[in-house]
Design a protein around this ligand. Sequence first.
Ligand code: FPP
Length: 238
Amino acid sequence: MAASNSKPLPENIPAHVAIIMDGNGRWAKQRGLPRVAGHRAGTENLRRVIEACVEFGIRTLTIYAFSTENWRRPAEEVNGLMTIFEDVIDRELPQLNKNGVQLRHIGKLEGLKPAFAQKVREAIQATSHNSTLILNVAFNYGGRSEIVEAVRRMVAEGLPADSITEEALAAHLYTGGQADPDLIIRTSGEMRVSNFLIWQGAYSEYYVAPAYWPDFDKEQLRLALEEYANRNRRFGGL
Ligand code: FPP
């Protein structure tokens, strides 16, 4: 498969790519801008990366937008992020539909402003018929909390202990029914998992890009895919 205006892509494109979009704050600081300006630039970049994923034939993209720990940030930044997310839903919905993007949410909608949670539900509904790319937005998401919630749901359903298998637990996660990520990218050079997809990423390939998220462009995504294609995935075998 060849992408237009760039080098040919490797043959084995990962079906599911997940991204920890890190470095917005440092990107802004480098320019003497407020942190929220970094998140706005990160949002613009997200649109470009979604389009590149569609072009490259990636089928699922999972992005870490807001963690359960991000509430600890100053109120100004948290409020700025919430405003950005609301604006993005209003503004980007037509483009997401045009690109065949099916929006999904992973995380807790409880605890968010009811009007915002409702907007998210409506956007999910409005894109549910699309099938080119599934976009999982991890928002108010934490990997440990996701596993705890899954166990609680299994207990509430009355599952006997011997029915609590890896498959049953995976099916009760927010990502139930979806394949695990093949490749998890983190931008800004940080080498941490930060509570992101800690169950689903058990056998994912990890790739750390040096660029801050607003600068992580299509060419850098292509480099990540190239490196992925050269990895030898063994899933614990030989
Ligand atoms: C990490 O950078 C980024 C975030 C906590 C927010 C990510 C959000 C966006 C890119 C906005 C777009 C997303 C959607 C779904 C519209 P950081 O603030 O931790 O950066 P730093 O490590 O340099 O401080």
